[in-house]
Design a protein around this ligand. Structure first.
Ligand SMILES: [Zn+2]
Length: 102
């Protein structure tokens, strides 16, 4: 379901190509794409490199995974796997209530 990368994502790729690295802000911006496997392998590698050295992002990923799991279970009982994913708006609302890493 890739209808062209969002502009922020193109910016990130350009930055990585220019020798930049993923920072905490990128982690929070692209976490959803990362967990959905929407990132290319090279970007995933960079993402994981950052996670390996940044424990606040690691915690954030863990919190996010748990949140998504709980939200999906709440929205989509296991008996109804075809209902699809929980609305991203709901997940972001929960996450902003939890607070993002700075
Ligand atoms: Zn970080």
């Amino acid at each position: 379901m890739s209808a062209g990368a969002p502009r922020e994502f193109t910016d990130l790729l350009n930055r990585l190509e220019a020798g930049g690295s993923i920072n905490c802000r990128d982690c929070s911006d692209f976490l959803m794409a990362y967990l959905d496997n929407d990132l290319g392998q090279d970007v995933r590698d960079r993402f994981e490199q950052h996670l390996n050295k940044c424990c606040s992002c690691r915690n954030y990923v863990e919190t996010y995974r748990q949140t998504v799991k709980l939200a999906q279970e709440a929205c989509c009982p296991k008996a109804n796997p075809h209902l699809g994913k929980c609305p991203p708006e709901l997940i972001s609302a929960i996450l902003s209530a939890l607070g993002r890493p700075s």
